[in-house]
Design a protein around this ligand. Structure first.
Ligand code: NAG
Ligand code: NAG
Length: 508
């Protein structure tokens, strides 16, 4: 009896050692969260005196551009269900929750001569409900839903966006900064500027190829720096929080180990994200050198009187440099890059693709998400974290502000579980090699309006029933797995939830 019990215990220990692949833990002060954004979850699109955003405008006037012709009018109805959302955060045992403010819910016309008290009250209620349970709010000021009125005045093509954005940011700091200590100015410059202004895969679908993105990037960086300095000078001394900036990075690798493909990777890096981060995090400041030279040269050859990527003045460079307290990174998929993979024949001239002429590819046998653009590359989060660490001052504090996987509807989400386990193991490996990673946010707390894909792709740890007027939320398998990782601080491949009954642990 005794011997068999000992053997049994030994067996358990051995199993544990086998399934926790590495003897690595997340430190106790590492924070775990989940993320969402206003337009994707809130609904309440015309509640009280809220103004229209560019997503309200686009989905109402051009429903055909959304896969299932849907919109975010109701979405997950977090406008009415925010208490249930906080209950889910408690179930998961989250330290933090990242959400965004709807600019037109707070400033219906975009400018601050009139502030919607109803809009302020909604966010106050959400923040206070979270703090009741010791869940720290992280606010993204801009997650893609610009007031339509400001779009009609040019949106990010108008340099006045820097004034408009600083004004909005100041209202947010004034009204919420007594309780909110984590701020992000912009979410994903490339998706705002390239997809919205250069191309047609995000509102406002400007399609100003080769021109829109670069002008937007310049204006966005100046707007970001204005909002950062406003916080740093006028709010941080009394509020004591931190303010940063988030971009999306794919785990690109050179196709072949050649000098040419390494140059292709560098240009791909500059065009995809360093154009948005070198001005802030590099020692020299300003836009990346090779990309700037390439675009200037092509612009001249194409008959433009000046570069399509207008450089910053020395004064602007200094103004932008260093304006982020941490490096916020969103990461999903990756692939191999090479000049040889570029489709020259179908190159649109001018365009940002044509400027660098780098193509990419992801092998067939990598797991494919419900989103066409998302494949699971081995060790991809590790690759991304190391790349940031190597590109900038090695000690830059990094926060993974989004990371996740899409499926179709359904509770059994083994692919998502595998994705999160691999990503978090990559995070542990990177930390082991000196990457200063402070925290991690899974995307997303719950299913939501996935932009151009509508409700056809699901990113939630909790499934939302969009047919049900109550928008009932049900935890997926991945919710139990994430909860266990947060609780134990280790990635245990052998852990299986006993049942799918979710409860709130003591202390949450
Ligand atoms: C975007 O512009 C390109 C030319 O620059 C054109 O070929 C394409 O049809 C346009 N797309 C849309 C959706 O208007
Ligand atoms: C580059 O890599 C691809 C895929 O691994 C391979 O098919 C190709 O032959 C390589 N090209 C060169 C020039 O090495």
């Amino acid at each position: 009896m005794k011997i068999s019990l000992i053997l049994f215990c030994l067996g358990l220990v051995l199993t544990d050692a086998a399934v926790i692949k590495q003897n690595k833990r997340f430190p106790d002060d590492f924070f775990f969260g989940t993320g969402t954004s206003a337009y994707q979850i809130e609904g309440g699109w015309d509640a009280d005196d809220k103004g229209d955003s560019i997503w309200d405008y686009m989905t109402h006037n051009m429903p055909e551009v959304i896969t299932d012709h849907s919109n975010g009018d109701i979405a997950a109805d977090s406008f009415n269900n925010y208490k249930r959302d906080v209950e889910m955060m408690r179930e998961l045992g989250l330290d933090m929750y990242r959400f965004s403010l709807s600019w037109p819910r707070i400033l219906p016309t975009g400018v601050p001569n009139y502030v919607s008290e109803a809009g302020i009250t909604y966010y106050n209620n959400l923040i206070d409900e979270m703090l009741k349970y010791n869940i720290q709010p992280m606010i993204t000021l801009y997650h893609w839903d610009l007031p339509q009125k400001l779009q009609e005045m040019g949106g990010f093509m108008n340099p006045l966006i820097a004034d408009w954005f600083e004004d909005f940011a100041r209202i947010a700091y004034e009204r919420f900064g007594d309780r909110v200590k984590y701020w992000i100015t912009f979410n994903e410059g490339y998706q705002i500027c390239y997809e919205g202004y250069d191309y047609v895969s995000k509102a406002p679908r400007l399609n100003a190829t080769g021109v829109g993105e670069y002008l937007c990037a310049r204006n966005l960086l100046l707007a970001h720096a204005r909002a950062y300095h406003a916080y740093n000078n006028d709010f941080r001394p009394t509020q004591g929080g931190i303010c940063g900036y988030t971009i999306s990075i794919s785990s690109a690798q050179p196709l072949n180990d050649t000098e040419e493909d390494r140059l292709a990777l560098e240009l791909h890096t500059q065009a995809e994200w360093a154009i948005y981060t070198d001005p802030i995090f590099s020692k020299e400041g300003g836009f990346p050198k090779e990309l700037s030279e390439l675009v200037a040269e092509k612009s001249a050859n194409q008959g433009f009187p000046r570069s399509r990527l207008p450089a910053f003045s020395e004064e602007e460079k200094e103004f932008i440099k260093g304006t982020s307290d941490f490096f916020g990174v969103n990461h999903y998929g990756g692939g191999y890059v090479s000049f040889s993979l570029y489709d020259l024949e179908n190159s649109v001239v001018p365009s940002t693709q044509d400027d660098i002429q780098v193509g990419s590819y992801a092998p067939e046998d990598w797991p494919q998400a419900a989103s066409f653009w998302l494949k699971r590359m081995p060790r991809s989060l590790y690759i991304v974290l190391k790349r940031i660490h190597e590109r900038y001052d090695g000690n830059v504090p990094i926060i993974v502000t989004e990371n996740g996987w899409s499926t179709h509807a359904g509770i059994e989400d083994e692919d998502r579980v595998a994705y999160y386990r691999a990503a978090l193991e990559g995070a542990l490996d990177a930390m082991d090699e000196g990457v200063n990673l402070l925290g991690y946010f899974a995307w997303s707390l719950l299913d939501n309006f996935e932009w151009m894909a509508g409700y056809s792709e699901r990113f939630g740890l909790y499934e939302v029933d969009f047919e049900d007027p109550a928008r009932t939320r049900t935890p997926r398998k991945s919710a139990f797995i994430y909860k266990q990782i947060i609780k134990t601080r280790v990635v245990d491949h052998g852990y299986e939830p006993h049942s799918y009954v979710m409860t709130i642990d003591e202390g949450h």
